[in-house]
Design a protein around this ligand. Structure first.
Ligand code: NAD
Ligand SMILES: O=C(O)C(=O)C[C@@H](O)[C@H](O)[C@H](O)COP(=O)(O)O
Ligand code: ZN
Length: 360
């Protein structure tokens, strides 16, 4: 087992990474403020792992909420089901919510924890690659609105993150690829050495080589922990974690939540960001070819859907959380491993980029 630390003063917490960590009660028991636990999972993940997670709390009051599965259920209505259970079972301020599942369960559960009685503890037990490398770390929680992704939420850090790499054994290939998009993101925004390692090891990752996966998860979490520790509330460098997301979130909302997976939309979005970076004179065109090739090898889309017209993109991108004073701000690349946030976006270049990557 490897343990990383997210350094946030009194809100610091460990990220434990390794095989068969579900069941290691000692990792979670010291993080509980009280004797009540509510495990939040979904109808796909619960039958696989819920019993073993519940067994980690032998002396606690353990209740469960099983949510429907899907990005389309990442809503306020679904969150209400968690509040209903907490109140019905008389959970108090010292309760701990446990998110068992992918990023959807983690984001909803974390948001419920941030709101219930103005904030209670929560623990992340991520079971998708995407959740293990990104969403379980950093404390962004929330739900979607029909007009925009993650528009209702809160920053609320978990008490610990338990990454049992064995849970990836039951994850399907499409979801593994979606997770690889966020892995590749770290290489692009701040870790050229990691990007080169991914170029060397991509096939091992897709073949689920355990040591390659463990290394990719550790290096991703290390990058994310450093960024979050430097800028917890996204006043500055944390925005770099949003590479490809302004385009990606527009695709997710525009196509209907769940049609494109988050990781797939981010992959296409990162390619658009790279192409736009070239048009803006920031990035060498050779970098776009390298990025495209790696995304393709990861089984990720490199075109945006034809249904997403330029107007539709611009309409949806206008509600992005990075917009300031009505001005779009995008994460662009100066090189592989070097990203920047800029509001200096030439509208003609933006339109040309979208047109260039729309599927026929
Ligand atoms: N909070 C953050 O910082 C952050 C970061 C990145 C993404 N996100 C959010 O995360 C969400 C995407 O998360 P995701 O990609 O994990 O999707 P997801 O949570 O929908 O999980 C993907 C699918 O895999 C299933 N699943 C989960 N674990 C499994 C396992 N071990 N075996 C078999 N099936 C399993 C789920 O039931 C689901 O059907 C999006 O809503 C995105 O906005 C949040
Ligand atoms: O942790 C962050 O910060 C991120 O931006 C990570 C992203 O991968 C993630 O998709 C996040 O939920 C996007 O945040 P948002 O603020 O653009 O909704
Ligand atoms: Zn993301």
């Amino acid at each position: 087992m490897i343990t990383l630390q997210v350094d946030l003063g009194e809100r610091s917490y460990p990220i434990h990474i390794g095989p068969d960590l579900i069941g290691r009660a000692e990792l979670v028991l010291s993080r509980l403020p009280g004797s009540q636990v509510l495990i939040v999972s979904n109808e796909t993940v619960a039958p696989l792992y819920l019993d073993r997670v519940a067994a980690m709390f032998p002396d606690q009051q353990v209740d469960t909420v099983i949510l429907p599965d899907g990005e389309e259920f990442k809503t306020l209505e679904t969150t209400q089901r968690i509040f209903d259970a907490l109140l019905a079972q008389r959970h108090n301020r010292t309760t701990t919510l446990v998110a068992l599942g992918g990023g959807v369960v983690g984001d909803i559960c974390g948001f419920a924890a941030a709101c219930y009685q103005r904030g209670v503890a929560f623990i992340q037990v991520p079971t998708t690659l995407l959740a293990q490398v990104d969403s379980s770390v950093g404390g962004k929680t929330g739900v979607n609105h029909p007009l925009g992704k993650n528009m209702i939420g809160a920053f609320h850090q978990p008490r610990c993150v338990i990454i049992d790499t064995r849970t990836l054994d039951t994850l399907d290939d499409r979801q593994l690829s979606a997770g690889l998009a966020e892995v590749i993101k770290y290489g692009l925004i701040r870790d050229a050495g990691f990007f080169a390692w991914l170029e060397e090891n991509l096939e091992r990752l897709r073949a689920r080589d355990q040591s390659a996966l463990a290394e990719a998860i550790e290096r991703s979490c290390r990058n994310k922990a450093e960024v979050v520790a430097a800028d917890e509330y996204e006043a500055g460098c944390r925005a770099l974690l949003n590479l490809g997301h302004t385009f990606g979130h527009a695709i997710e909302a525009g196509m209907g939540y769940g049609t494109w997976l988050h990781g797939e939309a981010v992959a296409a979005g990162m390619l658009l960001a790279a192409d736009l970076s070239v048009r803006q004179g920031l990035l060498d065109p050779d970098a776009v070819a390298r990025i495209r090739s790696l995304l393709e090898r990861a089984g990720l889309p490199v075109r945006v859907p034809a249904l997403m017209t330029v107007d539709r993109f611009l309409e949806l991108m206008a509600v992005d959380k990075k917009v300031l004073d009505g001005r779009l701000r995008l994460v662009l690349l100066r090189a592989i491993g070097d990203a920047v946030v800029t509001s200096e976006v030439n509208p003609d270049h933006l339109v040309a980029t979208i047109e260039a990557w729309r599927a026929a």
